[in-house]
Design a protein around this ligand. Sequence first.
Ligand SMILES: NC(=O)c1ccc[n+]([C@@H]2O[C@H](COP(=O)([O-])OP(=O)(O)OC[C@H]3O[C@@H](n4cnc5c(N)ncnc54)[C@H](O)[C@@H]3O)[C@@H](O)[C@H]2O)c1
Length: 461
Amino acid sequence: MNILVVGTGFVGATHAAVMAHTGHKVLAYDIDSQKIDAFNSRDAQAIDSQIYERGLAKLIQDHKSNLSFTSKLADVTSIRDQLDAIFLCLPTPAQELEKPFDERYLARAAYSIEPILSLRSKTKQENRLIILNKSTVPIGTAKTLEDRLRERGLDNFAVGSNPEFLVEGKAVQGSLNPDRIVVGLRDEKDIEKAKRIYKNHEGKIITMSPESAESVKLLANFELYSRIVQTYHVAGRLCESNPNLNYEDIIAGVTADARIPKWGHYLSLYAGGSCFDKDARNLLKTIEECAASEHAQNFINTTIEGNKAQLKRLYHRAKETGFNFKGKTVALMGTAFKCNTNDVRMSPAIPLTKWLIRDGAFVLAYDPQASNNYLKAFEGAPESAYLSKCSKKEALELSDCTIICTEWPEFKFLAEDIRENCKTPYLILDGRRAIAKEYENLSREGYSIIAVGAPQMGPCF
Ligand SMILES: NC(=O)c1ccc[n+]([C@@H]2O[C@H](COP(=O)([O-])OP(=O)(O)OC[C@H]3O[C@@H](n4cnc5c(N)ncnc54)[C@H](O)[C@@H]3O)[C@@H](O)[C@H]2O)c1
């Protein structure tokens, strides 16, 4: 089938590559010509520098014949008559919730491809087009978009919802083998077409109204988000109160119950990334608008605020010990919001850097993939004078304190690097329990340790 993907970020680039891998002919369009040039170069390093997802560069390289990229609308218009489906993979930042519908990325991108629909309408195309939105949006977005396009005299198309559930860091693997494909379309023929597009996942397709599909995504993300934040504040606080409690042992016991999922029972300094927070705000706004219960609003608000409080708490615990960041050099281990990605959107490393610099520290950041994006986030900002990226060894050697922000597998061995490169007194803030097995030994050796889910160990400052 012939597919157009609009927006080639983490979702769009992965979806385009996976659709090509399925055997469809795919054109992917984005207004960011730098990104498009990188994909068109088929060079792994160039692709990774834009979007680092394991296996993505290889898929893009393997499907030269049926996957192309463009930033020119004329290329899009030229394939209009062959098109079977358009997937919208546009950004939906939290600020968009405050904007009128027509000013949002999704609507603007859809209106920019309006000439395709218009020309198709004029040539009396037999082939009905389905426009499936993969972005996470307020409930009712697909319907509003469809109504708006119809008001402009367009026909022979349907707008539906096909929310994306990929997990950054495992996006390709997850899209090749998804848990489910949720398709929100009303017309049986449109549903049939969506099923043909997802022919490889027949048993996993769940169909429903566009509004229900939009709700699935918001509710699923809230379920995950609230479980993580609950773990931070209940199990986490408990374990921080008593040296005889070991978080990993306790959670192994708790999740041995088949009814209790393992996912989400991990402690960290913050649940980052571009989705959880904004999707919860999106759900909150919908619930406020439909005047649903105060309890529902409180639940959602508590989760959002609880996540923010978790990050502040780790930093404040360091200050409470008497550690003064003024004039100190801090090694920031990990700037990506999670491992296996170069995405720094809503990464804890960003606010932490701001607080450190506000308090007079210098920041040396190390990340195996995301250092450039991290520095870009501070381009032109006053903080940029007080931070730089460097190797792990260099950062440790020059520092008075290290903060483990991302759960990159290599940080599991950081205790050894710290012993080799950092003389006591030295403060370790472990925001991922990456070196939990070494806390006792390190504290005996004179290092001070403050970790999520454990009381402070070692000498106080
Ligand atoms: N990243 C994730 O893990 C993930 C997972 C599931 C769902 N989602 C949702 O999917 C959506 C996209 O997320 P993302 O992470 O891929 O975002 P992104 O910011 O990485 O990518 C969006 C892309 O759209 C492009 N774009 C913006 N306006 C355009 C226009 N008018 N025409 C063409 N292209 C345009 C941007 O240049 C960018 O490349 C969001 O709603 C997000 O919440 C994301």
